[in-house]
Design a binder for this molecule. Structure first.
Ligand code: HMG
Ligand code: MG
Length: 294
């Protein structure tokens, strides 16, 4: 039994921010390599508008071309019914709806208010239920918003509770801009965990200000057991200007190994995968551990 679930978001959150289109074969090789590391959860792609995020336009072809080992659950973003229908066709076992605790970010990211977004998520959850597909809920801007600044933890808690009540099995709390420090995480998690058990929460840190590991350690101390990360520290959000990649999977894993927390994930295989995708993108990994262990 593992102590911590590492939820790999590199192929989606990581690659969505690449301006040059990455070949589907490279994405598939990345996912196949990740599938062999011991990871149990991999977010592979998004079923969003190709006009909004062109990098994810090959979602169908990608899902058809990857290996699907039974030990791994593959997930994808589905903002509305159209996306959910495509995800069902592509055989996803899990999907994610993505809301926000900031009205402006919600409008910039999915073109509607927070309230409207919850309405658009309802048919997604209904179709998911009919097909026995698990739904994860993201809440973005849990600490800061690129447009509105500091966000009130009470709003994060309310939106998270609403998404859970709609049928999400878990809520991933996104520090979209990577501006949070451990004190922000304590305040935010205290508010959210007053309404939702820690086992149903995940932390999703972007590492823009180098606070990712400190924030994760703080959340682990408070009882969080699911951590989102991206191999090679890939990524960012196209609608959060300046936000850098997610905290690197290999950096999180190195810390968890040192803490004696079991994940079932092989560090060397993650490092090898980190170098594979970084070389394919023509740069070094955005990770301390991959560089140190080259
Ligand atoms: P909209 O323009 O309001 O949608 O966009 P619409 O329903 O009016 O449709 C407009 C056009 O898009 C139509 O096509 C639809 O068919 C098409 P047209 O008639 O113009 O040719 N369309 C779609 N096509 C494919 N798949 C779909 C789909 N839906 C509509 N699912 C929409 C609304 C949500 C679609 C749009 O805003 C969108 O795609 N946004 C995605 C933004 C995104 O992917 N952002 C990054 C992911 S979130 C993130 O990174 C944060 C996270 O990591 C956590 C954190 O770090 O905080 C999760
Ligand atoms: Mg993100």
């Amino acid at each position: 039994m593992n102590d911590i679930t590492l939820y790999e978001v590199g192929p989606r959150d990581g690659l969505q921010n690449e301006t040059t289109i990455v070949a589907t074969a490279i994405k598939a090789e990345l996912i196949n390599k990740l599938s062999e590391t011991g990871l149990k959860k991999i977010e592979a792609t998004s079923f969003v508008s190709p006009k909004w995020v062109p990098q994810m336009a090959d979602n169908k072809e990608l899902m058809a071309s990857i290996k699907r080992p039974s030990a791994v659950t593959f997930s994808a973003l589905t903002p509305n019914l159209k996306g959910m229908e495509a995800a069902v066709e592509a055989g996803l076992q899990e999907v994610a709806i993505f809301g926000a605790a900031s009205q402006t970010f919600s409008r910039k990211n999915i073109n509607c208010s927070i309230e409207e977004s919850l309405d658009k998520f309802k048919p997604v959850l209904e179709l998911a239920k009919a097909h026995n597909i698990a739904v994860r809920g993201y809440v973005s801007c849990v600490s800061h918003c690129p447009y509105e600044g500091k966000i009130n933890p009470a709003i994060v808690a309310t939106v998270s509770e609403q998404m859970l009540a709609m049928g999400c099995y878990s809520i991933s709390l996104g520090d979209t801009t990577g501006e949070a420090t451990p004190k922000d995480i304590i305040n935010m998690l205290s508010a959210v965990s007053a309404l939702i058990p820690m086992e149903q929460l995940a932390l999703h840190c972007h590492d823009t200000y180098g606070q990712g590991l400190a924030n994760i350690l703080t959340a682990l101390d408070m009882g969080i057991r699911t951590i989102d990360s991206a191999v090679a520290g890939l990524g960012g959000c196209p609608y959060a200007k300046g936000a850098s990649g997610n905290v690197a999977t290999e950096d999180v894993l190195y810390m968890l190994n040192g803490l004696g927390l079991k994940t079932g994930v092989d560090l060397q295989k993650i490092i090898d995968t980190s170098w594979f995708i970084s070389k394919a993108l023509g740069r070094n990994p955005n990770s301390k551990v991959a560089i140190a262990k080259k």
